[in-house]
Structures are given as C-alpha cells and as structure tokens.
Design a protein around this ligand. Structure first.
Ligand SMILES: Nc1ncnc2c1ncn2[C@@H]1O[C@H](COP(=O)(O)OP(=O)(O)OP(=O)(O)O)[C@@H](O)[C@H]1O
Ligand SMILES: [Mg+2]
Length: 405
C-alpha cells in the first residue's frame, strides 16, 4: 500500500531527469514516472541561465507527471559543482543525567555540536553525516543509544557549498512551483544506487563522470570519508575530439557516443579504419587516442585529489564508475590497468515500476536521489518550503491525525 510519494530532480549539465516514486509502509519504492529532457542553461553542474534552466526543468517535470498523472509539489534535488567542499569534523557532548544512559536526544545534541563549525557567510551546510560515534574515548561505536557514558562524541563528514549556487538552483525549481525537499550532493546520491554495503565497508571510490563534472565520493568503514568534484568530464572529451579532428561539436559528440572507446587501437597509420558521422570523416585510431588521453587524465586526477596517496590500503574494493561517460567501451579494463585497482562500471539496479529507462550509469544519480529520499525523509538539513505549502501540509497532517482517531 502506497504511504507517500517522493520525487527527485537530477539537474545535470547535459540532461534533466525527474523521477517520481511511490513508497510503501516498509520503505519499498515503485517508480511511477520518469521525465528525461536535454538540459540548457547549465555549465559544469551550475545554473548559468535561470530562465533556460527553468524551462528544461519544467519540461522534465511535466513529462514525469504525465506518465503517472500526479502533480508533484516538492522534490529532492541533486547538487554538484567545484564550489562544494568537504571535511571531517568532530562533535562532543557530556551526558549529565544521573543514569548516564545515552538517549536518541543525545545523538541529536552531539550532531548539533558537530554542526556548530564556523561556516563562512557565503557558504551553507549541505550535509553533516555521522561516520561513527565514540563513548568515553572508545571509538568506532555504530549506535551508542542505550550505552552508559560520561562523554559522547561523533565523527562527521561535513559538506558545504556556495550559497549563491544553491540559491540559484532552489530558485529555479521554485519558480515552477516545486519546493526543495532536500539538496543532496550528487555523488552521495549515485553511491546509494550502485555501491554495495561490503564495498563501502572495505573502502571504495565512486566516480560519476557526467557531462560537466566528475563527482568523487570515497567510502571507508561503512561511511563517507571524502568527497570532491572535478570540473572535467564528457564535455571536455567532446571538445578535444572537435578540436583535434576539426569537427563541429555536435558531430564530435555523436562520433564519441557511437564509436568512442578507450581500448588501445594497434593499427598502422596507413591502415587506420575510417569512420564517418553526418558527412564528416575521421580515423578511428585518432578518435580513440584523443579519448584515451583525456580519460587517462581524469582517472589520474581522481586519485590525485584524494587526501592520501596510499590508496591501495584506503580503497581495496577499488573504483566504481557511473555517469554517462562511463559508457565508453573499455573503461573498466583501462581503469584496472592504469590504477592497479579493481574497477567496475556501476549501473543502477532496476527499481520496480517503469524504470527500465534508468538502467544506465548516466541515471545513477537520479535513482540514488529517490533512494536517498526514501531513506532520509525527516532528516533534511536544507528544506525550503513556501509558507503556504508548509501551512497546507500542516493542515493535512492535522486532518490526518483526527481522521485516524
Ligand atoms: N555511449 C557513450 N559513450 C561516451 N560518452 C557518452 C555515452 N553516452 C553518454 N555519454 C556522455 O555522457 C555525458 C552525460 O553524462 P550524464 O548524463 O551522466 O551527465 P549529466 O548528469 O548531465 O552532467 P553532470 O552530472 O556532469 O552535471 C555526456 O558528455 C555524453 O557525451
Ligand atoms: Mg550527473
């Protein structure tokens, strides 16, 4: 039985994807509507033209709504961009009650204390994620509720982002009548869709190579350890091809998707296979050499951006690629050869409902956003409701309580 409906909007640099899903009492999802449209007005994950971006979002939402005949008034929204920063932080509180038993309220207090870090005026907290708790100096406690302690501390992963970028995104979505249920960092969302609990436990990197950005999230000991956003992805690949082979951008894009591969081509120049697209010709080997050089750079950058160079011990489970660019043939093999780590491409598992169109690494963020929404409802940090909507919801909730009596 459907208990509630959640929606997510992945506002990507190349596409906007709205997903609507029903959630039942046990938290299981049923996708009922998907709307995918090309995006305009975005650059490297950021809104650069509000009116253009708004139209893309409107189109995508309309498509998803038409598929299920629902009207959505709020959604989980993905956030990315070079302005995102992260750090690991601690919070500490004393348990002063006579029984010294840790209660849920103490968890809230200790998390609030971890949130009280100094965030510059032009930045906003996006996530404060508890990584592990400690009681009286004993670290690595998963759930301290019920334990006796004088002191409770928490290790958190804190993610902040530029306020103006967040505001532009929220404003864009609100201008079409949709409130922001929560803003979710995109690699965190993608990881919900493709990583296994085991990978997160032993240590794994998720790298979502999209159109404008490569979003990186590192998981260790079951929780998030590091996040970073690189401003290079599929768009730069296409630009390299366009410049390198002297082709119009659109032709280079189509050629990349149709023939692109990172598997080395061993051919003599004179025998190189010729490929063509929309009346333009090129050498297959040249195309693959250009793509390979840029992908190699991206893969090396992913590791260089990590705060440690000991990545074999940090991430024994290796690297999982998502994002549209991970569709390039040979990504996993090249990753394994270059980085000497296990590498796979992560395709989101199909959710019940009409979600076949989402079974592509490009939709890991979209699928992950609804999974995140289903799991984290009620724990939002960034919640923007218009006053009218908030009142309407409150009225509905009160009516509901009386109706149940
Ligand atoms: N088969 C393919 N081969 C190579 N590249 C592909 C293929 N399919 C899609 N891409 C590339 O994937 C990119 C789009 O990926 P994705 O949909 O994950 O990005 P996005 O979410 O719109 O952008 P971002 O997350 O960076 O804001 C484009 O650059 C596109 O060229
Ligand atoms: Mg994306």
């Amino acid at each position: 039985m459907k208990e509630r409906t959640i929606a997510s909007i992945d506002v990507g640099t190349t596409k906007v994807c709205t997903t609507i899903a029903d959630v039942n009492g046990s938290g299981a999802l049923q996708v009922v509507g998907v709307g995918i449209v090309p995006s305009v007005g975005l650059h490297k994950g950021l809104v650069v033209n509000i009116s253009e971006a708004r139209e893309s979002i409107r189109e995508s939402v309309k498509k998803a709504e038409q598929a299920c005949n629902y009207k959505i008034d709020s959604a989980y929204i993905g956030v990315t961009g070079r302005h995102v920063a992260s750090s690991n932080n601690r919070g500490v509180v004393a348990i002063t009650r006579n029984d010294r038993i840790v209660r849920p309220d103490d968890l809230r207090r200790v998390l609030a204390s971890a949130q009280s870090i100094k965030v510059p005026n032009d930045r906003k907290l996006l996530h404060v994620i508890p990584r592990s708790y400690g009681v009286d100096g004993q670290a690595g406690v998963e759930n301290p509720v019920g334990l006796s302690a004088f002191r409770l501390d928490v290790e958190t992963h804190v993610i902040t982002a530029a306020e103006t970028s967040l505001r532009n995104l929220v404003k864009c979505v609100r201008s079409i009548g949709i409130d922001t249920e929560d803003l979710v960092l995109e690699p965190l969302a993608s990881s919900e869709a493709v990583l296994t609990p085991d990978e997160k436990q032993v240590g794994v990197i998720l790298a979502d190579i999209g159109g404008g950005t490569t979003d990186v999230a590192v998981f260790k000991d079951g929780s998030i350890w590091h996040t970073s956003i690189l401003p290079v992805a599929g768009y730069q690949l296409t630009r390299d091809i366009s410049i390198g082979l002297g082709l119009p951008f659109d032709v280079a894009e189509e050629m990349k998707k149709r023939y692109g591969s990172v598997i080395p081509v061993y051919e003599k120049k004179t025998e190189s296979k010729a490929i063509s697209q929309d009346g333009h010709g090129a050498s297959y080997q040249d195309l693959c050499d250009i793509i390979r050089a840029r992908v190699e750079e991206i893969m090396k950058l992913i590791l260089l951006e990590l705060p440690t160079s000991e990545y074999e011990t940090l991430v024994p489970a290796g690297l999982v690629f998502t994002g549209g660019s991970s569709n390039l043939a040979g990504m996993a093999t090249m990753g394994r050869d270059l980085l000497q780590l296990p590498v796979r491409v992560g395709t989101p598992a199909s959710l019940p409902g009409i979600s076949d169109s989402l079974c592509d690494p490009a939709y890991a963020t979209s699928v992950g956003l609804v999974l995140w929404g289903a799991r984290n409802s009620g724990r939002q940090i960034w919640r923007s409701r218009r006053f009218g909507t908030a009142l309407r919801r409150l009225a509905l909730r009160i009516t509901d309580v009386f109706a149940r009596k």
